[in-house]
Write a protein that binds this ligand. Structure first.
Ligand SMILES: [Fe+2]
Ligand SMILES: [Fe+2]
Length: 365
């Protein structure tokens, strides 16, 4: 008499499939159900206080005598992201360059921005031959695959915020890197007529093709601040206060293909409404004192602190001062999310949705 065959259990079948590098989709059903209501925020809300960062940067000067191409940069690791990153797509850090020092020229497919914390305009970054002076609060782009070196010919240390799209690019496995051939620093475009920044303003040479992406742009604070002051009189966003996006002047689009930079003013006592969005952000406190509440966590911040807000986490900002404004520089990954149509906000979509001011009615003051 034939022996009755025992029915294979689902568990042993799953194991069999795993051994031949296959999976039944039913294994993921719990994961899919867990996505009802959206993703869990990836990474923690976390703050790196300036006092601590500044002390460690000073120590780094002693232990790392010359920065060379490695850069004397301290990177912020989100404690809830074991694979690295300040958020799941971006890496933030503070870089220091000592008096007389050069950070050698190189290029990589990782896009980066620099926001100057300490500099006097004689410190500079060269991007694809374009010399960009670094004054306090200037924003300088080193877009993907552009040659860049940093030079400090002054007698003082200089510092700036770095934000790169490292975790996103590593996720795509696209890290290319190249040191500049044969020299520590790259050649500089000396003639004004050769400056690329000249081609990104109100006019451009009619006889040239135009480069629209990955331009080596410098957003000088002396140009940005008056615009911020002018718009500070407007209602701003209920969720972000007076937040301005640094745009690519050639496309009208975000600062870079992967990163959008913002400067944000919170008026004295201003408290923004709570919201959440599918983009994550990293912040640098330019000035003032406030609190950012992310979920259950409150982060009190003051000048030069840095902090991270993960994606899809409810958050609000408070300017704790009743008399002083607060200024926040931030970088977000909305361009990545938006490129594939995945940008969402709750409780309502506020980004780029308000109407421009109407022309006043005749006789209105
Ligand atoms: Fe670099
Ligand atoms: Fe937000």
């Amino acid at each position: 008499m034939a022996k009755p065959q025992t029915k294979k259990s689902l568990e042993s079948f799953n194991q069999e499939l795993a051994e031949i590098h296959m999976t039944g989709q039913w294994v993921y059903e719990d994961l899919l159900t867990a996505c009802i209501g959206g993703p869990r925020p990836r990474g923690d809300a976390f703050l790196w206080p300036w006092k601590m960062v500044n002390e460690k940067l000073t120590e780094a000067c002693d232990v790392l005598e010359e920065s060379f191409t490695a850069r004397r940069s301290l990177l912020f690791n989100n404690p809830a992201l074991p694979m690295g990153g300040t958020t799941h797509t971006m890496l933030m850090g503070i870089q220091m360059i000592k008096a007389g020092e050069i950070a050698w020229a190189h290029r990589h497919t990782l896009a980066a921005i620099r926001f100057v914390v300490k500099g006097d305009g004689k410190v500079f970054t060269v991007v694809n031959g374009e010399k960009c002076p670094m004054e306090v609060n200037d924003l300088i782009l080193t877009p993907q695959w552009t040659w860049h070196d940093h030079q400090n010919p002054t007698a003082e240390t200089a510092m700036w915020v770095d934000v790169l799209d490292v975790p996103f690019m590593l996720g795509l496995n696209q890290p290319f890197y190249e040191p500049y051939p044969g020299a520590k620093v790259q050649a500089v475009r000396e003639k004004r007529s050769e400056h690329l920044q000249q081609r990104a303003g109100w006019v451009r040479p009619a006889w040239e093709t135009s480069q629209k992406e990955n331009l080596p742009l410098r957003y000088a604070w002396q140009d940005i601040e008056p615009q911020l002051r002018a718009l500070a009189e407007s209602p701003g966003s209920p969720y972000d206060g007076v937040a301005l996006e640094y745009i690519n002047p050639m496309t009208g689009g975000p600062t870079l293909a992967t990163l959008s930079c913002w400067i944000q003013l919170l008026r004295p006592g201003e408290r923004t409404k709570k919201h959440r969005h599918t983009s994550s952000a990293v912040y640098f406190v330019v000035g003032g004192e406030g609190t950012t509440i992310v979920g259950e966590k409150s982060m009190d911040w003051t000048k030069n602190d840095c902090f991270a807000v993960p994606n899809w986490a409810w958050h609000e900002h408070v300017n704790r001062s009743k008399s002083e404004e607060a200024l926040l520089f931030s970088v977000n990954d909305a361009p990545i999310v938006s490129a594939f149509g995945h940008y969402r906000e709750e409780p309502e979509n506020s980004l780029h949705t308000a109407q421009i001011p109407a022309v006043p009615a005749p006789g209105a003051k």
